[in-house]
Structure formats: structure tokens, C-alpha cells
Design a protein around this ligand. Structure first.
Ligand code: PLP
Length: 416
């Protein structure tokens, strides 16, 4: 099918959950995607942080080829080497003790929520006081299944699906006093993204993160860090919490873990892991030999090519360039983020939408989130020339932008 036929067929056949950009792609190579005419697009979004090694990476191709000749699926009724090999790497990288493998971000997050409730139940059975309440943050995003939307702040994602998980309360973003006021022995978990992604690339402050760690330490509640977007190198460290020198009790990983193959993981401390006993939780596909083999190849390639260092260096360059844009253009309110997880907040939705659309016309893929924030999540293999190309395009777009309100009435009319 050609692009226009695909578009027409989808409009008839799919449940209308997505508002796609009007471009179709047929293949990818390095940091570029190609449409059916062979036109190249620079990918500064990497499939929302998934294609961390870009496209057609030889290490991933080799792993897929080799594993496809051995074993794709097994179920969790038997042993294969993949889960242990991958868990060895992930526990070393995160500083946590045990792993549960699954298939997506939201499934990892559901696992973390279930663990928190089960851990509270266990602690109560051991004579401690720990309630069932869960604290999450304003602007948070944790996924689309029922538990995940219950802890996700945006009303649009939550309200139509009510009633949701009971006993969830939202804390003002980065407000340690509000966190302290809402925290008690009734709380079994504090949930946060160390750097909020969907919510507009907002890193929490060290003060807030430390307060969450201190409070949970006092009662034995779990501190759960969602690193599905920020984790696995995106910010220049394996996990964003490592920038803060804070170790959570639980973390979740997914997006970049399989380099494009679906896989998620929940990691936790030895102490928290006591809450799950055989049969309490599980998944048919999770931790299959195929996904594990690819994730191992992704991690080994990142280590071999020193990508964490590269992300720190190139991320600093990118941030400096965006800051320079901010100093030149009044429409730029703030630049936020770490490593290759960066956001540029613009003055209003109109200019942000204009910039995102214009970038697409210049064949550079970025994303707009939280209405006013341009989000950059490029593949880790991005080079300086790609960053400079992106920044120059943004510079020109912002220079040429004229708000509709500033145009003469006749021209506004012509816009409809
Ligand atoms: C994307 C994301 C999720 C959900 O992951 P899915 O794989 O889409 O289910 C959860 N938390 C964060 C922080 C995310 O960015």
C-alpha cells in the first residue's frame, strides 16, 4: 500500500486513538528515517525515546538474526539464559537487587504499584503500620492501563475511565511542603519520574527528591522512580536518579531497553522483593529469550561504544545551543532537561505548534508535549552536526514566526 491508501484504510479500520502526523516511513538508517519516496528525515525523537541506537544498528541486527535461529518464546515455566544475563547487567547498572521482566512501560509500572500494595500488606502482617495510599505528582505520566492512569495526573487520560484505583493522591510538583503534608503512615508509596517526560521535561529538585527519600525511610513506604523515559542512559547516567545520589526502592524501565523491541522491567530492593511470592504476579511474554537477547545487545553496544560519555558531551552541547536560542528569542521561556532528554518551553501553544510543524516541513522530527514544550529525545548516536542542523532550523523558524494576533485582520481572515 502507498501512503495515501494506508491513511484512508486506517481511517476506516482502526480505533481512533492516535492523531498521527501526515508522514509514513518505510525504513531507517542511523539517525534518519525514510519515506516511500526515499526522502530522509532527521529523527530527534527516536520513536519517543525507544530507538536509542538509531535504526538498522548492526549489533541489534546480529542479535536478532542469531536469536531467531535459536529460540523466540519459551514462557516463564522454564529456564533460559536471557533473564539471568540481562538481570546481571541491570542490577549492576541501577544499584537495585532484583528484576521482574515484562513487555512495556505501563506493565512495568503496574508491577511496581502491585508490589507497593503487596509490600504494605506484608508489612502489616508483620505488625507494622503501613496503609494503602499512593502519592503521585502533578504533571506525572505513568502509562495507559488502569493502575497507570490512576497515578497519571492529566484529567483527559483519567476522567473518562473512572472509577479508578482508590487511594491515589496528587502532590504539587516539586513542592516538598505539600509532600510532607500529604505523607503519613497511610502511604505505601511515593511515585515520581526523576525527570518528567510527557509532563514537559521537568526534572524534580534535589530538595524534593531527598524529602521523598527521607519520608519513605521513616515509615518503610516505597520510593518508586519511573525511569521508563529517563532511564538507560538517556540523561547521561544509567538512571536519572543517579544524578541526585538517591537510590529508590523500586524503578521501572522500558522504552530504550530493547532498542525497538518491546520489553519492560521493574527493579527493586531485596527487601521490597519479599512481597512477591510465586504465583502472585506474572506475564506470558515477559522476559522471553528474544527480547532479552536484543536488550543484552543494546546494553553491550552502549558500554562498548562509551555512549554514556557521548550522551553527556553531546547533551551539554545541545543544551548550550538551546540556551543560546533562548537568549536570542523572546518566545523561548525556558530550556530544561539532562543529557539527551531536553525540552524547550515556548511562550504559548500557537508558537510551539508552529515550530513543531515547521520542523517537520524541514524534515526534522521533534515532538510537542504539554502544549507548549518542544521535546527532544534523539537517538544516543546523534552527532554534533545533527544537533547544529536542528538548532539552526529552530533559530530560523523562531525568527520568522509572526503570531496570528499580530497580523492585519484581512490576513487573519484568510487563515480562516
Ligand atoms: C512512556 C512512559 C510510560 C508508559 O510506557 P508504555 O510502554 O507506553 O506503556 C510510563 N512512564 C513514563 C515515564 C513514560 O515515559
Amino acid at each position: 500500500m502507498k501512503f495515501e491508501e494506508i491513511r484512508a484504510a486506517e481511517a476506516q479500520l482502526l480505533v481512533a486513538t492516535y492523531e498521527r502526523n501526515p508522514i509514513g516511513f518505510v525504513r531507517g538508517e542511523g539517525v534518519h528515517l525514510f519515506d516511500e519516496n526515499g526522502t530522509a528525515y532527521l529523527d530527534m525523537l527516536s520513536g519517543i525515546g525507544v530507538s536509542a541506537l538509531g535504526y538498522s544498528h548492526p549489533a541489534i541486527q546480529t542479535a536478532i538474526d542469531a536469536q531467531s535461529r535459536k529460540l523466540l518464546h519459551l514462557s516463564n515455566l522454564f529456564f533460559h539464559e536471557g533473564q539471568a544475563e540481562l538481570a546481571l547487567r541491570l542490577t549492576e547498572m541501577t544499584g537495585l537487587d532484583r528484576v521482574f521482566f515484562c513487555n512495556s512501560g505501563t506493565e512495568a509500572w503496574e508491577t511496581a504499584l502491585k508490589l507497593a500494595r503487596a509490600y504494605a500488606t506484608l508489612r502489616r502482617s508483620e505488625g507494622h503500620r503501613l496503609g494503602s495510599k499512593i502519592l503521585a505528582l502533578e504533571h506525572s505520566f505513568h502509562g495507559r492501563t488502569m493502575g497507570s492512569v490512576s497515578t497519571t495526573h492529566k484529567l483527559k487520560y483519567r476522567e473518562p475511565f473512572e472509577p479508578l484505583l482508590p487511594d491515589v493522591e496528587f502532590v504539587h510538583f516539586d513542592d516538598a511542603a505539600d509532600l510532607e503534608a500529604k505523607f503519613s503512615e497511610e502511604v505505601c508509596a511515593i511515585c515520581l519520574e526523576p525527570v518528567q517526560g510527557e509532563g514537559g521535561i521537568r526534572p524534580v529538585s534535589k530538595e524534593f527528591f531527598s524529602a521523598a527519600r527521607k519520608l519513605t525511610n521513616q515509615t518503610g513506604a516505597l520510593l518508586i522512580a519511573d525511569e521508563i523515559q529517563s532511564g538507560l542512559g538517556r540523561t547521561g547516567k544509567w538512571c536519572a536518579y543517579q544524578h541526585y545520589g538517591i537510590l529508590p526502592d523500586v524503578t521501572t524501565l522500558a522504552k530504550p531497553l530493547g532498542g525497538g523491541i518491546p520489553i519492560g522491567a521493574m527493579l527493586c530492593t531485596e527487601e521490597a522483593a519479599r512481597a512477591f511470592t510465586p504465583g502472585m504476579h506474572g506475564t506470558t511474554f515477559g522476559g522471553g529469550p528474544f527480547a532479552c537477547a536484543v536488550a543484552i545487545a543494546v546494553i553491550d553496544a552502549m558500554r562498548r561504544d562509551n555512549l554514556l560519555e557521548h550522551i553527556q558531551e553531546i547533551g551539554t552541547h545541545f543544551m548550550d545551543q538551546l540556551e543560546a536560542l533562548a537568549s536570542r528569542h523572546a518566545a523561548v521561556i525556558e530550556v530544561r532537561g539532562m543529557g539527551l532528554m531536553l525540552g524547550m518551553e515556548l511562550a504559548n501553544a500557537e508558537v510551539a505548534k508552529h515550530a513543531a510543524t515547521q520542523m517537520m516541513e524541514r524534515r526534522i522530527l521533534i515532538n510537542r508535549t504539554s502544549e507548549t514544550v518542544l521535546r527532544f529525545l534523539p537517538p544516543y548516536i546523534i552527532e554534533q552536526k545533527h544537533i547544529d542542523q536542528t538548532v539552526q532550523a529552530l533559530d530560523e523558524i523562531l525568527t520568522n514566526f509572526t503570531p496570528v494576533a499580530a497580523l492585519p485582520a484581512a490576513v487573519q481572515g484568510a487563515h480562516g
